[in-house]
Write a protein that binds this ligand. Structure first.
Ligand SMILES: [Zn+2]
Length: 138
């Protein structure tokens, strides 16, 4: 067991490069990170980044899924037109595609805001929007 007094001496207060908040780091860790060109980031910022990466991967999946869905609807519509022009609700179909593309645009805007601000509120907004896209509500 290392002596706790010695442990304290081995810690130093450093400033997070992202949020500028001070936090404790092992002595020498900052220097070694700087030498490797790594960022000095506090635990909160690292956690936020992890959440962001997960969400960004999520939005890529969602965009791909939506594209597939739109393609599928176009094919479906084409078949319907071939069968009977009368039964095809073009307006409804266009509305559906419009809604989906608006939601995707919004999600990209939110991702940009998350990138610029690192604010949790945008992450929460984004998460809600993404869930709706995923569930097919949008
Ligand atoms: Zn930070």
């Amino acid at each position: 067991m290392p002596n706790s007094n010695t442990d304290k001496l081995l810690l130093e207060l450093v400033a997070c490069e992202r949020c500028k908040n001070p936090f404790m780091m092992n002595k020498g860790e900052k220097l070694s990170k700087q030498e490797k060109g790594e960022e000095i980031a506090c635990e909160n910022c690292i956690k936020l980044e992890e959440r962001k990466i997960k969400l960004e991967l999520g939005v890529i999946d969602s965009v791909i899924e939506s594209h597939k869905e739109i393609e599928a609807s176009i094919l479906e519509v084409k078949e319907k037109i071939d069968i009977s022009k009368a039964h095809f609700n073009k307006q409804q179909f266009l509305e559906k595609i419009k809604k989906k593309s608006e939601a995707l645009t919004k999600s990209i805007e939110l991702l940009q805001k998350i990138d610029e601000s690192n604010e949790e509120k945008y992450l929460d907004k984004y998460k809600k929007l993404f869930d709706k896209l995923k569930s097919g509500e949008l």
